[in-house]
Ligand binder design. Structure first.
Ligand code: NAD
Length: 476
């Protein structure tokens, strides 16, 4: 079975140990992934360190042009890489465009766009003060070597979110993909590294321990992490010891609130994808739905109709809309949470019973009759299950939305935008969408508050996060 290799200092590198990457739709082994040794982690950091001054010294225009070449390489290899995403992650191939299923081809299209956009952005020096005695400018400098740790839900897209803004402003990168979805990412980096000087972009692979060696190394100048809150705390502790700045994109438990004047039929498709994109395995999916009693039944029925019509299966087959859950740990969590809901007396509106192997298939599941405090409401399910909670009083719904230690996204659904904005401004979340959910954009900053992390990605603000400010103060 083929072993897919890491890119370190421009070379393709194997390791003594390796493990199999598994297709979650079939259980078959797809290939082998190296387990980087501690020495290889140090080598990757040293390569990034050696390459960084030369990379930062390049004219801005050259770095932009190279990023555009990377975008072109992603486009040229999109079909190959999308197949890896589907085989490893499980999401269907799908298509690109408003009426297409957002699957692996959409993920690759996102990689291309999220590469082009930072290539078009600039961080010119800012004049922050001037009088007859002095002139003060803020300049933006790269941190140096960035450690990037990625999760398994959007393996290539999130890696691109971490890599591209880092490179754009003159950092070099050592990236560790999730052990559940390494091959696609290793292949992406192998392909795009062709146009980069050696050492500018490196990978290491293996379990969390390999990531812990990376983030605790004193040779790292900035950490960008997307993953669970528990791992985020460990990484923040490691970063604190070296006084290293971090961007933390952690889990969410996004509330969506449907106001009494919402139109259940008109909003149902948007709500559905807001909750079930990538089988609910998306950080900013709607994970708790609070619906006013006057439109509750119609909303539940509209969602049920859509959920029941979505074909589920091996994402390599055209026409499939929903794939498997990505891994056993996540599958077991979904099963346990639905079982706990059943024990709490909930009504399972549809789904609720695992389909049986092979593959980690679980049907789209809607659950009513739960309340705040029940596990499926309070814990992030990160899977194809949505609790729908009836409310009477909007004040209570806002309090419910805000009561958890999570604040990535939220949404408000209404035909009255001003009323929706009033509610939105009172929700504790990094982004509140109105009549849509999870609709990120490469120009719009995105990040969480509370237990969902800190710092933002995307747009000019995201680019700034990959730099440190330096003030140049001139006496007149
Ligand atoms: P995870 O925390 O288990 O793993 C994420 C990555 O961290 C993996 O690459 C893993 O190997 C690595 N890791 C584990 N322990 C480490 C350590 N001690 N030091 C360094 N690295 C370590 O998360 P996951 O299960 O892959 O992802 C699912 C979670 O991520 C969900 O909770 C989800 O909400 C969250 N998520 C958040 C966002 C966001 O933007 N906020 C996006 C996607 C996923």
């Amino acid at each position: 079975m083929k072993t897919y290799l890491n890119t370190i200092d421009g070379r393709q590198v194997d390791s003594v140990q390796s493990f199999e990457s598994i297709n979650p739709a079939t259980g078959e082994a797809l290939g082998r992934v190296p387990v980087s040794s501690r020495g290889q982690v140090s080598e990757a950091i040293a390569a990034a360190r050696a390459a960084q001054p030369g990379w930062a010294a390049r004219p801005d225009g050259e770095r932009k042009a190279l990023l555009l070449q990377i975008a072109a390489l992603i486009k040229a290899n999109a079909a190959y890489l999308a197949e890896w995403v589907t085989r490893e992650q499980g999401k269907p191939l799908g298509g690109v465009g408003p009426d297409q299923v957002p699957g692996s081809r959409f993920e690759l299209w996102g990689c291309e766009v999220w590469t082009q956009v930072p290539a078009s952005l600039d961080l010119p020096p800012e004049l922050v003060f001037e009088d007859e005695t002095r002139r003060d400018e803020v300049h933006r400098k790269p941190h140096g070597v960035v450690a990037a740790i990625a999760p398994w839900n959007w393996p290539l897209l999130i890696a691109i979110w971490q890599i591209v803004p880092s490179l754009r402003v003159g950092n070099t990168v050592v990236l560790k993909p999730s052990e559940y979805t390494s091959i696609g990412t290793l292949e992406l980096v192998r392909i795009i590294s062709e146009v980069l000087p050696k050492g500018v972009l490196n990978t290491i692979s293996g379990p969390g321990e390999v990531g812990s060696w990376l983030v605790s190394d004193p040779g790292i100048d900035k950490i960008t992490f997307t993953g669970s809150g528990r791992t985020g705390v460990r990484i923040a502790e490691a970063a604190a010891r070296n006084m290293v700045p971090t961007t933390m994109e952690l889990g969410g438990n996004d509330a969506a609130i449907v106001l009494p004047d919402a139109d259940p039929q008109a909003m149902a498709m948007g709500l559905f994808w807001g909750a079930f994109l990538n089988m609910g395995q998306t950080c900013a999916c709607a994970k708790r739905l609070y619906v006013h009693e006057s439109v509750f039944e119609q909303t539940v029925q509209a969602l049920k109709q859509i959920a029941k019509a979505m074909p589920m299966g091996n994402g390599m087959d055209e026409g499939i809309v929903m794939g498997p859950i990505q891994n056993k740990m996540q599958f077991d969590k979904v099963v346990a949470l639905v079982d706990s809901a059943r024990r709490a007396g909930a009504t399972i509106v549809c789904g609720g019973q695992a389909k049986g192997g092979p593959g980690y298939f679980y049907p789209l599941t809607l659950v009513t009759g739960l309340k705040d405090g029940d596990r499926l409401v309070d814990e992030e399910q990160f899977g194809p299950v949505l609790p729908i909670i009836k409310y009477h009083d909007i004040e209570a719904a806002i309090a419910s939305a805000n009561r958890l230690d999570a604040g990535l996204g939220a949404s408000v659904w209404s035909t009255n935008i001003e009323a929706a904005k009033d509610v939105a401004s009172r929700l504790e979340a990094g982004t509140v969408w109105i009549n849509q959910h999870g609709m990120i954009h490469p120009m719009v900053p995105f990040g969480g508050i509370k237990g969902s992390g800190y710092g933002v990605e995307f747009g000019v603000e995201g680019l700034k996060a990959m730099t440190r400010p330096q003030v140049i103060s001139v006496k007149k």
